[in-house]
Design a binder for this molecule. Structure first.
Ligand code: THG
Length: 360
């Protein structure tokens, strides 16, 4: 359960999934209306399943750098960074948002994997003087073009100056929270990191009341919008053996920094040996019925019968009027551009064209 569970039931949640071993609502029964609300107005999402791993203590900065492939030397207090965490072979274990809080604390806001265990083990084995815990923190996302107005009404005009991925530690009528300009959509918005799990329904009610004039409604991380925007779904778009270069995260891998980190040597070797073998890319699919696709299982992508990659998501984009997908495909094909490939379907095959991402 999440602190917003009762509110999501009252709002008529119809579909859920399990993410990070927690409930994650996925629909309130009308996916098209939920999509339109995200694109045109504002939506409220229970994303408490985006759990936090908190690292604090004298060695917190060193420990967090050791767990991350991105150069953190310029990260400021109050700033979030999108980062990759890898294992010793350079396989990506997670793609969290890393927040640098006051008092030398850090939060990894994690995707669907047991990073608390990993962080605890690495920290202890390396002898860092840190405390690694899961804090009482539950994100609530407010996403869409009117989210900024809603948040300004609730928290004040100064919130309009918060830059992307920056945050403030604040409160709402005594409810402690961290307000961050972030969220798993490209429609703009905030995440409210509630710091008192007993007050979720209260927070939900306050946001709903303030959002009424902006046509707010309940929603969930939107699969169509995230494919259009090419936001990575860790565990969906990658294999267990994918490295960050292969999932579009090359710009968050810094092998030239002085600090060591888990996977650094392996990632350098990948670069020294010519770089990644596969790349995440888009597919424009020559078939109109996304529902007919056998997903969420990954679907082979072929050329002349040979498997050249895996399709991990396919949706109908209302805005583009096309069926589009995300796939990890052999690099030489992606770099040639505009290559036509075949995709297996339950009934027969369909062709598709490799394209750049994001789509929108
Ligand atoms: N917010 C928070 N926690 C999260 C997510 C989130 N944990 C799980 C999951 N989402 C982690 N994965 C992502 C993936 C993409 C982004 C954030 C978290 C994202 N990416 C932008 C992009 O790719 O364009 C911005 C990246 C950048 O700074 O360059 O926002 O959504 N709390």
């Amino acid at each position: 359960m999440t602190p917003y569970h009762q509110s999501t039931l009252d709002a008529g949640v119809t579909d859920i999934t399990v993410y990070n071993k927690m409930v994650l609502p996925t629909s309130y029964g009308d996916l098209k209306a939920e999509y339109d609300r995200l694109i045109n107005d504002v939506a409220i999402w229970d994303v408490a399943a985006e759990r936090q791993v908190q690292i604090s203590g004298p060695d917190a900065a060193a420990c967090v750098q050791y767990l991350t492939t991105r150069d953190l030397s310029k990260q400021k207090e109050g700033q979030g960074y999108y980062v990759a965490m890898c294992d010793h072979e350079g396989h990506i274990l997670n793609d969290p948002v890393l927040m640098k809080l006051s008092g030398g604390r850090y939060w990894f806001s994690i995707a669907d994997n047991d990073m608390l265990l990993w962080c605890k083990a690495v920290a202890r084995e390396r002898g860092y003087d840190v405390t690694v815990i899961e804090p009482d923190v539950s994100p609530l996302a407010v996403q869409g073009p009117k989210a900024g107005d809603l948040i300004a009404d609730l928290f004040g005009e100064h919130t309009r100056d918060i830059k992307f991925f920056w945050f403030i530690e604040t409160e709402l009528d005594g409810i402690p929270l961290v307000l961050c300009r972030s969220g798993w959509s490209k429609q703009g918005g905030f995440e409210l990191f509630l710091q008192d799990g007993s007050r979720g329904d209260e927070l939900w009610a306050k946001v709903m009341a303030a959002g009424e004039k902006y046509n707010i409604g309940p929603g969930a991380p939107n699969h169509v919008e995230r494919v259009e925007s090419a936001l990575l779904s860790w565990g969906g778009d990658n294999d267990r053996d994918s490295n960050p270069f292969e999932v579009g995260m090359a710009r968050y891998v810094h092998t030239d920094i002085d600090s060591d980190y888990v996977g650094k040597k392996a990632l350098q070797e990948i670069l020294d040996n010519g770089g990644p073998k596969r790349l995440l890319c888009g597919l424009v699919v020559d078939s109109d019925v996304a529902d007919a696709w056998p997903l969420p299982e990954r679907t082979p992508v072929r050329v002349d019968g040979e498997i050249v990659g895996m399709l991990s998501a396919v949706v109908h984009s209302h805005r583009l009027g096309k069926t589009i997908g995300l796939a990890q495909i052999n690099r030489e094909l992606v770099e040639k551009g505009d290559q036509v490939v075949d995709i297996d379907r339950r009934k027969g095959a369909s062709t598709a064209t490799i394209t750049a991402i994001p789509f929108i």
